[in-house]
Design a protein around this ligand. Sequence first.
Ligand SMILES: Nc1ncnc2c1ncn2[C@@H]1O[C@H](COP(=O)(O)OP(=O)(O)OP(=O)(O)O)[C@@H](O)[C@H]1O
Ligand SMILES: [Mg+2]
Length: 460
Amino acid sequence: MAIDGELAELVFEQMHGVIIVDTSARILYINKQWADLIGVDRNESVGKHVKEVLPSTKMDIIVETGKPMNSDLFEFKGHTYVCKRVPLFKDGKLIGAFSCEIFENMEIADEFIKKIKKLSDELDYYKNEVRKLRRANYSIDNIKGESKTIKHLKKQIYNAAASNSTVIVQGETGTGKELVAHSIHDLSTRNINNFIKLNCAAIPSELIESELFGYEEGSFTGAKKGGKQGIFELAHMGSLFLDEICDLPLAAQAKLLRVLQEKEVNRIGGHRSVPVDVRIITATNQDMEKMVEEKKFREDLYYRLHVIQILVPPLRDRKEDIGPLCRSIIDKLNYNLNMRVKSISDRAVYMLQKHDWPGNIRELQNVIERAMNKVNYDDTLEELHFDEFKEKYLERGITKYGKKSGKGRRFLENIVTQTERETIIRTLKLNAGNKTKTAAHLNISRPLLYQKIKRLGIKT
Ligand SMILES: Nc1ncnc2c1ncn2[C@@H]1O[C@H](COP(=O)(O)OP(=O)(O)OP(=O)(O)O)[C@@H](O)[C@H]1O
Ligand SMILES: [Mg+2]
């Protein structure tokens, strides 16, 4: 869309410090605001060399060089302006230059610069945070427990850290595989370099390859200018932790295998190979062997990844660790939640040992946190603080994950009672506490409603 001269002039008049010159630096246009400020007659200025009107201007340099000055300081009558000067081209041919003020004075410019500086400080802060995230956040000291199996696990971690081979960490959900991966990097000589983690299950499959290998500029629509480093390049000399490795799509599996063999990466859309020295640690809670059988995971890659295999034991196989784990979880949560729970009683630990913990330590953490919210300041966790847990698992009679014992009937009764109680409370509220209306609403007699309210301990 073209705009007419009148409209363009209207716009120019709203701006500050507008001058347009031709290729010989003669004034074609000067806006009223600027002419008034410098004290010249607009009509008389047109046709004059710009230096004649404004001796300190650099507009003549712009038409000579054809290069812009995007934010230059301009001194006039003891006042400093920040201005922009740009050459004007038509069909590739220089036809003149244009200048306008960006900031009316240095105070405004200063304010703007302060704003930018604040944003850039914030950006630095977040960059630093990302850098911190890239380091291993846990060390072997975070792995609690004194059982034989935990001691054996720690020995395996030390051995893996001393080697450079690929490690696979396997185990059920919540057993601490991530802690193991961090600890291996932290104990290795690579610990001064990056620890990069990629959760293969959390990232959309179409992005995995560009995340792993990076891409060159213009390799696909939306590719960032200048291209992007992949995490292999970022983890160079450090460790790359590929979590949930079984979720890596087959196409990416083939490419990963190639990198492991050749020790170099090719960015997407790139023609050169970048050598990388990366230690790979992977983890999964899935049955990898079955996936290989079902051809969902490449067998050749499976062998490449299984050079060092670490199996993290489930909590039910080391129930003697429950006590020390509870105490360490209480310490951690006291700190995180600003609480002061003293400890946990032996009886409560004994009770927790009766459960099989399908969610392992993550589940134990949740149960402890819930109980901690029930005790008073400075108290010890007792059996009674775990009523929800007892109700859900022990009284329901779940001894193995998913299996119910003979106490199932009581469990059903509990649900029925609870639902009945909740329904009555809700209906009472709906009828503003009016029992006649509530009884009618529930289609029961008033005396029966009274009976139920009493039996279920409902406060009216
Ligand atoms: N031995 C341990 N000592 C103390 N805390 C532990 C231990 N093992 C695990 N945890 C804690 O339990 C939680 C779960 O651990 P983690 O995330 O490492 O499990 P995971 O094996 O990777 O599970 P998933 O397969 O679900 O990803 C974390 O908060 C972790 O800090
Ligand atoms: Mg994990």
